[in-house]
Ligand binder design. Sequence first.
Ligand code: HEC
Ligand code: HEC
Ligand code: HEC
Length: 147
Amino acid sequence: MRGEGAVTEQDALYDATNPGYATLQKANQALRGFPVTRLGELDWVAALDRDLIQPRASLSGDEEMTLLDSDIVMKDTKLMPYVRFPHRPHTEWLTCDNCHDQIFVPESGANAVSMAEILNGKYCGVCHNTVAFTTISCERCHNIPRD
Ligand code: HEC
Ligand code: HEC
Ligand code: HEC
């Protein structure tokens, strides 16, 4: 769980000379008590499950998210455990067209995904390492034991 310790980066982003600075809620206060992963990164999926955040489907907030509860198992992983791509936790924040068809053709096995491409910022790497958890946590994706 996240404590209330100062987030060192936040003062580099905020302008402490701005008159609004004193009233601005700081990240360490806003995120106090949020779940973290074993690496200390915020666990946003767990935060969503615990209802700590409520992402909106639209700016006005009166639209519903379209959830899809289907997992895709990706087996081209050499000696690593297989990858499970879970639609559900993605569609709790994202619309289908955030991924289809620009990042992924919606067909199992139709995309030439590889770790090198991901690390180059393609496929899963469009978001993972940028706005979603980093690829250092191999086991969050490679989580299905090989047969
Ligand atoms: C975060 C990205 C992402 C989002 C958002 C997303 N998908 Fe997908 N989708 C994928 C990936 C990755 C695959 C697997 C592609 C592969 O195996 O090469 C996939 C596969 C599919 C498939 C083929 C599955 C199969 O079993 O053949 C369909 C159909 C699909 N998606 C529909 C949707 C719909 C409908 C939505 C919105 C409700 C959606 N997807 C949202 C990434 C996404
Ligand atoms: C965000 C999800 C994600 C994370 C995190 C991740 N991988 Fe992958 N990895 C994938 C996907 C997707 C594939 C392609 C699977 C497929 O096409 O069937 C893959 C493929 C691989 C492959 C197969 C060979 C290749 O180059 O494509 C290896 C080896 C691999 N990953 C190692 C790792 C290691 C080591 C880590 C941690 C340092 C890691 N991965 C973290 C999603 C991830
Ligand atoms: C369009 C952006 C986007 C793409 C592309 C994307 N993800 Fe994600 N993913 C997210 C976000 C946002 C979250 C939730 C925030 C977080 O956990 O950091 C997430 C969460 C996850 C989770 C955590 C689920 C949980 O229950 O904790 C897994 C596993 C995952 N992604 C795997 C993948 C794999 C594998 C791919 C590629 C095949 C992929 N993602 C592609 C945005 C994306």
